[in-house]
Structures are given as structure tokens and as C-alpha cells.
Design a protein around this ligand. Structure first.
Ligand SMILES: [Zn+2]
Length: 284
């Protein structure tokens, strides 16, 4: 016979708050901050839309990690989060309140729609973002201009940009270049697993002369490194990576720069060029 352990006090408190949503919403300001993450998770999973909006508007931390909760795409919940973010901004200018502007937006491995992307760029309160993480959000079939709009809006504050696995194309990166060149506070960028050719990567580098604070920069191996069967040519990879590194070295100083192929389907690793070539297990 198994003995079920009783629910924790925290769990009981959360259940009670979600049962009395109206009361809970009006008293969010008095709730201990430590309760917010677990309560938010329950409200989000249970699709308590108004409660989620109110929680985002009152979120007591500078980081709001939404990505992990977006296991299945749900526009309604993403919209609720964005509405909450906008409510924060409105309240920021109200006396009652001292709100921390949202500094981190992380939406990862999420099947995003054009409508989602449009909403992101229209959101009034993302103007002070320091960290934008869209890792695994496939963008190749979307109109990228809303992302350009967002990057323009946060150019004065953005420090880290993760666009790994976004599967962007040359023309999409080309559209982002005017915005990227103004992001002069960037310290870390990751573009791994995007489908870029050598010319567009060189173009990108030409636009990074202002990135004087950049410490870590990660670029995808250019398309020219792969053959018709999507196999990496190690010689081409080493040669083109070193050529691109040289190109960038002429434009500005670099600290930690690397190029990487896509994940190998056999061993799950990337071949990385960083002070020389480190190949995936299959080559050893
Ligand atoms: Zn491998």
C-alpha cells in the first residue's frame, strides 16, 4: 500500500489562490515574490488568462522565462503574456507603482506564427530589453520585418541576442542588418543553425563595426561548407571559417569567435571552428 505525501503549504496556497482568482488578482501586490514562479506556472498551465496577464503586469523579477511553458504553441497564452507586459508599461507611469522594466524575454523552441511575431514587435513595453532569446523559434517562413522593428526598438539596451536554430535565410538576415548595426551594447550573439551563405555573413560582419563590447560571437558554418547531401566538407569549413575570421578581424577586434556546423545526425555534436577546427566524434 502506498502512502501519498500531503500537498505542501505552497501547493495549497496556490490552489486556493487560483480558486479565488478575483481576490488573488487584487492582492498580487502583497504576495511574497517567492510564490510567483510556481503560481505563474500553475496559472499558465491551467489557462487562467486574466490571472496570467495580471501576474505578468505585477511580475517582481526582471526576467520572465516563458519559453519552457510553451510546450505546445498557444497564441491565446502568448497574447495574454504580451498584454500583461503592456499593462506593466502603463503602470510604470502611475505613482502607486515602481515597476522593473522587462529586461529578459525568452521564447524558446516555440512554433511561432506571423501573428505572434507581429505582436512581439508591437509590444510597447519591450523597449528596455537586455536579453532576447528566440532559440529554436523557426523563422524561415515568416516575414522578418517585425523582428527588425523589435531590434530597432531595443538597440540601445540589448546585450545578448540568441537566434540559434531560427533557420533564417540570407534575405532575412539582410533585412535585419540595419537594425543589428545599431545594437552597439551587444556582448553575446549566437546565430548557430541558420542558413547563411558566405556573402551575407561578410555583409553582417561589415555591419558590426560598432559592436565594441562584444565578447562572444557564434556564427553558423556557411552554406558553402555543405555538399548536395548536406554533408560537411571539413576542408571547406576550416578554410571559409578562417577567411571569415580574417574578414572580421579587419573590421574590429574580436575576443571569442566561433563558427559551427549544424548538429551531426549521428553523434549529436557540432564541428566547431575556434582557434582551429574541432570535429564531431564521427571524424575521430
Ligand atoms: Zn558526428
Amino acid at each position: 500500500m502506498s502512502v501519498q505525501s500531503p500537498p505542501t503549504l505552497e501547493k495549497l496556497a496556490i490552489q486556493s489562490l487560483l480558486r479565488n482568482e478575483d481576490v488573488a488578482m487584487s492582492s498580487l501586490g502583497e504576495l511574497p515574490a517567492v510564490l510567483f514562479p510556481a503560481l505563474f506556472k500553475e496559472a499558465f498551465t491551467g489557462k487562467h488568462i486574466n490571472f496570467v496577464k495580471e501576474m505578468v503586469a505585477s511580475w517582481p523579477f526582471p526576467c520572465l522565462p516563458v519559453g519552457a511553458l510553451m510546450k505546445t504553441p498557444n497564441l491565446e497564452m502568448l497574447q495574454a503574456v504580451l498584454d500583461g507586459v503592456d499593462m506593466r508599461l502603463t503602470r510604470k507611469f502611475h505613482p502607486r507603482c515602481l515597476m522593473t522594466p522587462l529586461e529578459t524575454l525568452s521564447i524558446t523552441y516555440y512554433l511561432i506564427s506571423q501573428k505572434d511575431l507581429d505582436s512581439l514587435s508591437r509590444s510597447q513595453s519591450l523597449f528596455q530589453l537586455k536579453h532576447l532569446d528566440l532559440r529554436g523559434v523557426v523563422l524561415c517562413d515568416l516575414d522578418i520585418m517585425p523582428l527588425r522593428g523589435l531590434l530597432e526598438k531595443v538597440a540601445d539596451t540589448l546585450e545578448t541576442l540568441d537566434l540559434q536554430w531560427c533557420r533564417m535565410t540570407d534575405s532575412q538576415l539582410y533585412a535585419l542588418l540595419p537594425a543589428l548595426r545599431h545594437c552597439c551594447h551587444l556582448t553575446t550573439v549566437n546565430f548557430y543553425s541558420n542558413n547563411f551563405s558566405v556573402p551575407i555573413l561578410k555583409d553582417l560582419m561589415q555591419h558590426t563595426a560598432n559592436w565594441s563590447r562584444i565578447r562572444v560571437e557564434q556564427y553558423p558554418a556557411p552554406l558553402e561548407c555543405y555538399d548536395d547531401l548536406a554533408q560537411v566538407s571539413v576542408e571547406r569549413f576550416a578554410e571559409l571559417s578562417s577567411e571569415l575570421m580574417y574578414t572580421l578581424g579587419v573590421i574590429r577586434q574580436t575576443k571569442n569567435i566561433s563558427f559551427a556546423t549544424d548538429i551531426c545526425h549521428t553523434c549529436g555534436q557540432r564541428c566547431v571552428y575556434h582557434n582551429g577546427c574541432r570535429l564531431c566524434c564521427c571524424w575521430h
